[in-house]
Write a protein that binds this ligand. Structure first.
Ligand SMILES: Nc1nc2c(c(=O)[nH]1)N(C=O)[C@@H](CNc1ccc(C(=O)N[C@@H](CCC(=O)O)C(=O)O)cc1)CN2
Ligand SMILES: Nc1ncnc2c1ncn2[C@@H]1O[C@H](COP(=O)(O)OP(=O)(O)OP(=O)(O)O)[C@@H](O)[C@H]1O
Length: 192
């Protein structure tokens, strides 16, 4: 299927998730992250949750990496060039929402892409080769192209990868892996 079709379908699928479903799916994803071997990781990049699109809450992941004494990097978006600039997230870094509702750091120290050992990547859907579809502005393709070759790029998603995204182009960067819940929504049972 085409990126444009997939974008529409998976925006809708995510929007249809209930709060309780998201809680369960998130817990499963967090557990998989806590099981990663991060002994070689010093600096990790995370996206800050865009709540209006029901993205995974990355705060528990940030807290976890901080508790493991890792340096956290987050970005600011430039929507005129569709590029990201990066900043160390300190304990005292102030966060404010930009006009698209994306939380962004204020008054923080700049970070270089080459300093990143691990990047968690937001996405709508991925395929079996770990290519991804995002919101369609190419922010992450531009960003990931500047990361080191040995920087691990891991996608996070509530949905299982599809077999193939048909219109992959030369700018698309394949991820190293995608973490998605290892449980089926239909098998979820909720306490009454
Ligand atoms: N948390 C988070 N941060 C991120 C991303 C992401 O996927 N998640 N992005 C990943 O690349 C970039 C932001 N990409 C975005 C692209 C479009 C819209 C958005 O609000 N689109 C409107 C239409 C806006 C317009 O085109 O004028 C919409 O879809 O309704 C938001 C973020 C960089 N930061
Ligand atoms: N490194 C780059 N240089 C120039 N153009 C690029 C680059 N990377 C991506 N693009 C262009 O950006 C546009 C959006 O790309 P694409 O549809 O793959 O976005 P996406 O991965 O879904 O979105 P995002 O990365 O913002 O979540 C495409 O027209 C693509 O050709």
């Amino acid at each position: 299927m085409l990126k444009s079709e997939l974008r529409k379908i998976y925006k809708q699928k995510r929007n249809d998730l209930t709060f309780e479903e998201i809680q369960k799916l998130q817990e499963n994803i967090y557990q998989q992250i806590y099981d990663l071997d991060i002994s070689q990781i010093k600096t990790v990049h995370l996206f800050l949750t865009l709540e209006k699109f029901k993205e995974i809450d990355t705060q528990p992941i940030i807290d976890y990496f901080r508790s493991q004494n890792k340096r956290i990097v987050v970005s600011k978006s430039d929507f005129s060039k569709n590029t990201l600039t990066h900043f160390y997230l300190g304990k005292d870094t102030e966060i404010a929402l930009n006009k698209y509702g994306i939380p962004e750091p204020k008054n923080a120290k700049k970070a270089l892409e080459k300093a990143l050992d691990l990047v968690f990547v937001p996405l709508l859907i991925s395929d079996e080769k770990h290519y991804r579809v995002g919101y369609g502005k190419g922010f992450y393709d531009r960003f990931l192209a500047n990361c080191r070759k040995d920087c691990k790029k891991i996608g996070l998603n509530f949905f299982k990868p599809i077999s193939k995204i048909s219109d992959i182009n030369e700018f698309d960067v394949a991820l190293d892996d995608v973490i998605y819940p290892s449980l089926l929504l239909s098998k979820l049972s909720f306490p009454t």
